[in-house]
Ligand binder design. Structure first.
Ligand code: PMP
Length: 403
């Protein structure tokens, strides 16, 4: 598929510099730019349509409540779930913390095992360490294959009937490697463990169907899929969600409060204490509409095409070490000789190319790769071959500067 058929820079007000010159934004894995449709949805929700949800007896509030709950339906549909299974959170980070603090604290005890992998984002490591400190679980770490995939064959040696949860990235935010989800589900079932998938990087570039994935929890953030910051979602199987104790206490999550005893609202409201991120939810739904209007399969094919081209160009540079598998999803990490990624990122910035340089919230993976940081170029539906050409020009200039 030609990249020209999908690149929609014009829809994204953030994709040009103030003077109108192009900006080569290659940091979509950190956060995506927003289409005007999402900016407009957010502005309308904050402006002409603004009111609270769930409590108001006046019509504007009733309409906002309908909009908020329609957003929940839309977001559920994005991952093949239904509305009752979706909890709005501040993002994937909060969603994992919620699972650890509620389901984890209620169901895991000292000696139970949780399997993670070397390439996990800190948000899928630290909450489990906090739970370890609280209840004494053990954390096992699945190794990677040479090309940077989670090695589920090796994982077989790391699970037994004490393994209660397997929590893995669906797509790595550093290597772009895709999890073999069928094998992960089979592994979890073989020992009766629950399966949590961190879908942050998968949802923007993969058709997700939680039923087909056969997972128990699926987490993602709106801002990675062309929506706003401050909102994300936890999808969980309804029976698991129904049995989970609350996360935070406050308004909206209760059934009845007295000083003697408080009873909880049903899920998902039980997990949404306080006034929710109303405008963000509306804008999240607008982002899902935008993406579905293009088609996630087209976006995936477009990004796959760009990744192939970028990897082929980068591989021609002698001193450049490429990380991750050849078929990485939308994300390419590399190291340019002994030039620090921050220096590369700074020089690329002078060329209007924005990449990410750092540990990408995956320090254990950096240790595994033997580098303090990597340079990372990541693509979105608006990326095109000009962005790759600008990246390569910038790398060549950096090499000249560093001799
Ligand atoms: N997991 C992965 C794989 C990610 O890429 C990110 C964001 N970099 C997160 C979790 C955390 O997402 P958020 O910061 O939106 O909560």
């Amino acid at each position: 598929m030609s990249t020209q058929t999908i690149s929609r820079k014009a829809d994204f007000p953030g994709m040009v510099n103030a003077d109108g010159s192009p900006w080569h934004y290659l940091d979509t894995a950190a956060t995506s730019q927003k289409p005007q449709a999402v900016v407009d949805a957010m502005a309308n929700a904050l402006g002409r349509d603004y009111a609270t949800v769930h409590r108001g007896v006046y019509s504007r509030s009733a309409e906002m409540t309908l909009g908020y709950e329609a957003a929940r339906r839309k977001v559920a549909g994005l991952v093949g779930g239904v509305e009752d299974e979706i909890v709005f959170t501040r993002g994937a980070t909060e969603a994992i913390n919620l699972v650890a603090a509620t389901w984890g604290a209620a169901n895991l005890k000292a000696g139970d095992r949780v399997l993670l992998s070397v390439l996990e984002h800190h948000s899928n490591i630290v909450p489990w360490q906090m739970l370890r400190d609280r209840v004494g679980i053990e954390i096992d770490v699945c190794p990677l294959t040479d090309d940077g995939r989670i090695d589920l064959d090796a994982a077989r040696q790391l699970v037994d009937e004490r393994t209660k949860l397997i929590a893995l990235a669906h797509v790595s935010n550093v290597l772009g490697s895709r999890l073999d989800t069928a094998k992960a589900a089979e592994l979890a079932r073989s020992v009766g463990a629950k399966l949590l998938l961190d879908g942050c990087q998968a949802v923007p570039r993969t058709k997700v169907d939680v039923k087909a994935l056969d997972c128990d929890f699926y987490v993602f953030s709106a801002h990675k899929i062309y929506g706003p910051t401050g909102i994300g979602a936890l999808w969980a199987k309804k029976d698991i969600l129904d049995a989970m104790p609350p996360y935070q206490g406050g308004g909206s999550m209760i059934d009845r409060v007295t000083f003697e005893k408080t009873t909880w609202a049903d899920a998902p409201q039980r997990f949404e204490a306080g006034t929710p991120a109303i405008t963000e939810a509306i804008a999240f739904a607008a982002a899902v509409d935008y993406v579905e209007g293009i088609g996630i399969e087209r976006i995936a094919a477009h990004e796959d095409d760009l990744v192939r081209k970028a990897r082929a160009e980068l591989a021609k540079i002698n001193s450049l070490r490429l990380f991750g598998p050849d078929d990485s999803a939308g994300i390419v990490s590399f190291q340019l000789g002994d030039i620090h990624p921050h220096d590369l990122g700074t020089i690329l910035d002078e060329e209007n190319v924005a990449i990410r340089a750092g540990h990408h919230c995956a320090q254990p993976l950096m240790d595994h790769l033997g580098v303090p940081a990597t340079a990372r170029a990541s693509f979105g539906l608006y990326s095109d071959e000009d962005d790759i050409a600008a990246l390569i020009r910038g790398i060549e200039r950096t090499m000249r500067i560093f001799g």
